[in-house]
Structures are given as structure tokens and as C-alpha cells.
Design a protein around this ligand. Structure first.
Ligand code: MG
Length: 259
């Protein structure tokens, strides 16, 4: 069932959106050569505790996960695309790192992700990240009353196709509210004028993620991390967005990054 939120409920979701954006900003600044993924997870955990929030990930155990996630942050490095389970790995110069974070504060959830390169970045990696960011912006721009979900999906997919990338539609955006994953599913490619008619009150995550050489993934032996089948690198950008009568509001906007 797709739940619609009142304007007051959307206002009540702003603090968790801000918190999630602040944690991602802190993690972005902490992601440097020589830093271990477990240290990033520990930092996120500390920020959750300090704020009196709750992790959406630590006890998360959906059908596609081998066991409860056990960490509070997804850290996907290089060929890891999604759901990267933090492990004892020290970041190296040139690593492409995707950070995906969701939390619950006062009974509301927000979910957001970003990618960055640690140390020296290749032009190819920066462009891959930029494509996901442009796709996210295009998807958000299409998230307005009068459009359909297919318009959001098509806007995302169009950016990927223009960049010569294939799109995996198995994992994409999702409704966000009292829990992390609700309806509707938001594929990262689709057809305009199709699907759910967008209405004020819909709150959902839009999350383009693209791999440079493929649209196929496999699950790492850790039971969680999804990797590209060809070893190519992956990037991911995500925001939680509320549709209002005036258009989209980015609940997880990071200061200085989004107008
Ligand atoms: Mg997420």
C-alpha cells in the first residue's frame, strides 16, 4: 500500500532528513586514505547514539540478505555497487566509495547515499559519480504532482543511457516513512506516462546507481555486498524526497550542495 503523508507529517520528517544529511557529510569528510571502513561505521554509530536516533540497518534482515546486516552504514568500494557490508578494509588512494545511510528519528525514517573518490580521482570515476548525481537531479525534477512514477524512472534512465550506461532495475528507489522500505518501487529506468500517478504527500527515496560496464550484479560471499559481474566500478546517489503541491522537496539535502 502506498501511504501519503500530510503536510504536517512531511514537516515532522524534516529532522530525520537533516540528521541523515549531516551524518553523510561527516562521513564524507572522514573518508580518507588510511581510514578503515569499520571506523566509518563506528563514526556513524556514534552519531546515531549522540542524536538518540536508531539504525535502520543493524537488525535489517530482508529475504535477500543472508543474515541481519549488523552494521549501521553501507560502504561499497569500487566494484561493490550496493549494500556493501563494512569490513576490515583500509581505504586506498583512488578508491571509489559509496556510502548509504538511513536512520529513524522520532519514528520517522530518511535514507540517502553519495559516492566519492578517496585521494586521487580518475576522470572516469568522477564522471560516473556525476552521472548518478545528474540522474538523481533529473528524477527529483520529475517528482511532481501530475506526473507518473514512470516519468521519474524515465528521467533517471535517460541520463544513464545518454552516458552509455546500462541500467539494472532490480534495485531502485522506494517509499520511505515509518520504515525504510515501502511501496512504491522506483525503478531507475522506465517509460514516461506509466505507473503510479504522483500525488502530494508521497515520500520516497530516489536512488540511481550505475556500473560502468554492466547492469548485472552478484552477491559477495559476505551475503550482502552486491558487486558488478565484470568488476567494473559503481556509483550511487540517493535522496529522500517529498512531493508537495508545489513540487519536490529534498528532505536529505546536504548544505552547500543543493539549492
Ligand atoms: Mg539508501
Amino acid at each position: 500500500m502506498i501511504e501519503l503523508r500530510t503536510p504536517a507529517e512531511i514537516e515532522a520528517m524534516r529532522p530525520v532528513g537533516k540528521f541523515v544529511s549531516e551524518v553523510l557529510t561527516a562521513l564524507k569528510h572522514a573518508s580518507k586514505v588510511g581510514v578503515n571502513l569499520l571506523e566509518l561505521d563506528a563514526l556513524a554509530h556514534k552519531l546515531i547514539r549522540d542524536r538518540g536516533a536508531e539504525s535502520c540497518y543493524i537488525n535489517y534482515h530482508p529475504s535477500f540478505g543472508a543474515m541481519p546486516f549488523g552494521k549501521v552504514l553501507c560502504t561499497s568500494v569500487n566494484d561493490a555497487a550496493l549494500h556493501g557490508l563494512p569490513f576490515d578494509y583500509t581505504l586506498k588512494d583512488g578508491d571509489l566509495l559509496s556510502l548509504d545511510f538511513a536512520a529513524n528519528l522520532n519514528g520517522w525514517v530518511a535514507d540517502s547515499a553519495l559516492s566519492l573518490v578517496v585521494g586521487t580521482a580518475s576522470a572516469e570515476d568522477l564522471e560516473l559519480i556525476a552521472v548518478t548525481e545528474r540522474a538523481l537531479a533529473a528524477g527529483i525534477a520529475a517528482a511532481r504532482p501530475g506526473n507518473r512514477m514512470g516519468d521519474v524512472s524515465a528521467a533517471i534512465g535517460e541520463v544513464a543511457h545518454r552516458a552509455g550506461l546500462k541500467v539494472n532495475t532490480d534495485f531502485g528507489g522506494h517509499g520511505v516513512g515509518r520504515t525504510m522500505h515501502g511501496e512504491p518501487h522506483v525503478p531507475n529506468d522506465g517509460r514516461k506516462n506509466r505507473g503510479y500517478p504522483l500525488k502530494p504527500g508521497l515520500v520516497f527515496a530516489i536512488e540511481p546507481w550505475f556500473m560502468l560496464g554492466t547492469d548485472e550484479i552478484f552477491t559477495d560471499p559476505d551475503g550482502w555486498t552486491l558487486r558488478s559481474v565484470d568488476g567494473s566500478r559503481s556509483a550511487h546517489s540517493e535522496h529522500t524526497v517529498a512531493i508537495t503541491k508545489d513540487g519536490p522537496v529534498i528532505l536529505t539535502a546536504r548544505e552547500h550542495e543543493h539549492k
